[in-house]
Design a protein around this ligand. Sequence first.
Ligand SMILES: Cc1cc2nc3c(=O)[nH]c(=O)nc-3n(C[C@H](O)[C@H](O)[C@H](O)COP(=O)(O)OP(=O)(O)OC[C@H]3O[C@@H](n4cnc5c(N)ncnc54)[C@H](O)[C@@H]3O)c2cc1C
Length: 511
Amino acid sequence: MASGGGGRQTPGSPRVLVVGGGIAGLGAAQRLCHYSAPPHLRVVEATARAGGRIRSERGFGGVVEVGAHWIHGPSQGNPVFQLAAAFGLLGEKELSEENQLVDTGGHLDLPSMCCTSSGTRVSPELVAEMASLFYGLIDQTREFLHVAKTPVPSVGEYLKKEIGQQVAHWTEDKETKKLKLAILNNFFNMECCISGTHSMDLVALAPFGEYTVLPGLDCTFSGGYQGLTNNIMASLPKDVMVFNKPVKTIHWNGSFQEAAFPGETFPVLVECDDGGRFPAHHVIITVPLGFLKEHQDTFFEPPLPAEKVEAIRKIGFGTNNKVFLEFEEPFWEPDCQFIRVVWEDTSPLQDTTSGLQDTWFKKLIGFLVLPFSKSVHVLCGFIAGLESEFMETLSDEEVLQSLTQVLRRVTGNPQLPAPKSVLRSCWHSTPYTRGSYSYVAVGSTGDDMDLLAQPLPADGTGPQLQVLFAGEATHRTFYSTTHGALLSGWREADRLMGLWDLKMQQSWPRL
Ligand SMILES: Cc1cc2nc3c(=O)[nH]c(=O)nc-3n(C[C@H](O)[C@H](O)[C@H](O)COP(=O)(O)OP(=O)(O)OC[C@H]3O[C@@H](n4cnc5c(N)ncnc54)[C@H](O)[C@@H]3O)c2cc1C
């Protein structure tokens, strides 16, 4: 067990509160516990568990990832990979040099089959041709990084403009051209899942290339991603974590006195929903951007400075959900790892404005075949945007019925047995998350993420570093990932320790 945090601190050591027990909050706590003069530390978490959007549940006789799925870019530069390796959570293949050197450019290419809404199969060659066109254009978006004025505001508009020009030169028959556009539409929906957005038209073009892809073939945790956060938590002193304690308001830039600390004053007082109060010198906020968007006007007293409020409003935060379906028997081939679903009447160049009730399932990109045991057959569907949020309002039975119809249609088998069971995430209705992850929306830039990360007070009107900000949405180049979140927690812990080091140096007598 690590020293510090709960017990070893000396009287008069600073009191630090971390709000949120996801990987950013746990990472900050882990770092602070290793400081030479550990602070008095508590991590207050609204729910009954640590991990936040890292959430592994028991299901189908194995482990199901309701939240984060892969380590993106598992190589030496990735702190999640390094920690997972140090905790012994990765297998030989994931740790291999060969795996770490693979450069996918962020585009996962799995052995797949591609089914259409009329029950036919698309040739792998045609899908590969469209993948090459689509990802070629995605890679081209990097040209606009740091360009003052882009031809169009969003990634979606750029892709559509370029595709529109290319279509004019396609020489195939009308049906093949339609199919090619429908496949491209599937790639657009897939990119929405990756960016956690409703539409690529909402994602800003100029800063898009700032998101950084690390080398390494994306890998998973055979025992569950949550093993990582559980291990970090186990390394903290026992009394650091406080569960089931939703924070209501952060009172800052004050002079608070509490009966339990006679004679002491604190610049920050954290008030919880249940009336609990935590006086502190420093608070590290790691709550998701979705929660901040919804509650920022009551979450801070005094309110946040106007530019921080604007940054919270401008940065995008959307929904990507998973739907797990268990089957008695597989209907896919043994080597198939992804079943792509293409709706033949769709095209990225045409807006469809029908009601969500009848069309929500068309946004689902397809299904990942999960590596369960030989006798357990589970698919994981991905769906982003408003359709995903609509799906959250439906019952499990309704989702199962709709997806059974979809699968019967795309396999061309009206007798296909319905899945045995369904399990799904509902990240938009999860009260302490309100969505899945952040993206740089039209009207915002990476500067807004940096602005969100700036500590308060910003103007030197009170004691330094009262309120610090971490969490995936505060990492300019690794936002939306677990490694971005972890690094942001470490960054804020380092910021605090830097302040204490400075104070310590200043208090040393001059020789
Ligand atoms: C469906 C899905 C798939 C994903 N897939 C991947 C992937 O494959 N790879 C990857 O790298 N990333 C993935 N991510 C993103 C990744 O999970 C997140 O970026 C990361 O886990 C965020 O960590 P965090 O600590 O910033 O926030 P969180 O994990 O959300 O932690 C914040 C914590 O704050 C708590 N909280 C909120 N409000 C309060 C309050 N008022 N008081 C007290 N506590 C509060 C919450 O309960 C939560 O525990 C995925 C996310 C989702 C939703």
